[in-house]
Design a protein around this ligand. Structure first.
Ligand code: CTP
Length: 401
């Protein structure tokens, strides 16, 4: 964050006051902030407040002659390392998705060539409205990082997703987007697989599993925070892409195998996905109940971990996950040997781990077994990313000797 320049666009909404705290936090970390307010934003915080907190003039109008002389709007949009839209109201998100440029904020957003992070805040109904869903999906396709809003009681009295994330969480996302330089994994490429796969039976039915993708996404985020380039190959999940990760969405095991193969070479691969072991040749027509229970002709899916081990571009560090419901450690040991992985992270999924918040894992390597205490999936991810960084640093040293 040290020396980074952030252009903060403050949209309209009661959450705008939290932008003030964000300015303070960014400056505390050594970053600088230049603020722009939309008309709506001005109803909730004043340019004066933001100017005082940021130590720089806050801008509101596209037509301010003074701004054009001292700094044109194009220049303003480029003289930043990152553009943060916070809060991003439903209206501002819609304008961004449509590419409108009818005020200073939207003009800057259209003119910028810098990464953009949008932090939504709005009423829950507005957030789940199909128009907003469409606009957010469009923005993500366009490469804008859109954070997921928090869930909870809202200023309007309703409950659900739509609250602005806490300023500390926004700061984390900002730091992660700068992660690529200077971290312990800078210059390293890591492939992460996450989520379930869906294997079609017919045009409307799939074979799926309960994986939420949370552990894999948390690992991708933790690796990004250490500066790795991360390719995240994900099955169907409803999770936001960790800041700065290159995400590839797939549905089937075979698509996942192909995406992983295309992402090579990599320094490490961490395969967290719950890949379906079998598939069937899907029927082109919807199966009809009247025809009786279908006889499914099962075929074995490619084992992505096994294939990577045999690949001539095998990543230097190959990490598998083993979700077991009994004999966790013995089975993980057997998987380590059978799949040719360097590490297996084993967990007991007999409880509510799949889809839950916490995880209790054992790290199984050729050197032995380490049982980590039960902790949140983010903490497991941070610890694992740290271990990957240490391992790759050691491997680098050995190579140099
Ligand atoms: N895996 C994979 N490709 C598959 C199946 C599994 O890459 N077709 C990976 C998973 O991402 C995980 C590891 O292999 O990292 C172990 O997955 P798991 O489902 O526990 O192992 P399986 O080999 O499928 O064994 P089983 O289901 O019989 O326990």
């Amino acid at each position: 964050m040290q020396g980074k320049r952030i252009l903060l666009i403050v949209g309209g909404g009661i959450a705008a006051y939290k932008a003030c705290e964000l300015v303070r936090l960014i400056r505390k970390r050594g970053g600088s902030v230049r603020c722009v307010l939309t008309k709506g934003g001005e109803h909730f915080v004043t340019p004066m407040t933001l100017a005082a907190l940021s130590g720089q003039e806050a801008h509101t109008s596209l037509w301010s002659l003074k701004d054009e002389v001292e700094m044109g709007h194009i220049e303003l949009s480029r003289a930043a390392d990152l553009v943060v839209v916070c809060p991003a109201s439903a209206d501002l998100i819609a304008k961004m998705a449509a590419g409108l440029a009818d005020d200073l904020a939207t003009t800057l957003l259209l003119a910028t060539d810098k990464p953009v992070l949008a932090v939504p805040a709005m009423n829950v109904r507005m957030w789940v409205h199909s128009a907003t869903r469409r606009n957010v999906a469009r923005l993500r396709e366009d490469g804008v990082q859109v954070m997921e809003p928090d869930e909870g009681e809202m200023a309007c009295g309703e409950f659900g997703p739509g609250r602005l994330p806490e300023p500390e969480a926004i700061l984390k996302a900002i730091e992660a987007s700068f992660g690529a330089s200077g971290g312990a994994l800078a210059g390293k490429h890591v492939i992460v697989t996450a989520g379930p796969t869906h294997e079609p039976i017919d045009p409307v039915r799939v074979i799926a599993n309960r994986s939420s993708g949370r552990q894999g996404f948390a690992i991708a985020a933790a690796l990004r925070q250490l500066g790795a380039r991360v390719t995240l190959v994900s099955g169907p999940v409803s999770l936001a892409t960790p800041a700065g990760a290159d995400r590839i969405d797939i549905e089937t095991a075979r698509e996942m195998a192909a995406a992983v193969d295309r992402a090579l070479p990599a320094d490490a691969a961490i395969l967290v996905a719950a890949v379906a072991d079998w598939r069937v040749e899907p029927s082109a027509e919807k199966l009809k109940k009247a025809d009786g229970p279908p006889m499914l002709d099962w075929e074995i899916n490619p084992d992505i971990l096994g294939l990577l081990d045999g690949d001539e571009q095998r990543p230097g560090l190959l990490v598998g996950f083993a979700a077991e419901t009994s004999n966790v450690i013995d089975r993980a040991r057997a998987k380590l040997a059978a799949k040719g992985a360097d590490w297996i992270v084993a967990n007991d999924v007999s409880g509510d781990v799949m889809g839950g918040e916490d995880n209790q894992v054992h790290l199984v390597t050729a050197d032995g077994i380490e049982s980590w205490p039960k902790m949140g999936k983010d903490a497991v991810a941070a610890r694992l990313a740290q271990r990957v960084a240490e391992h790759l640093a050691k491997a680098n040293l050995l190579e140099k000797k």
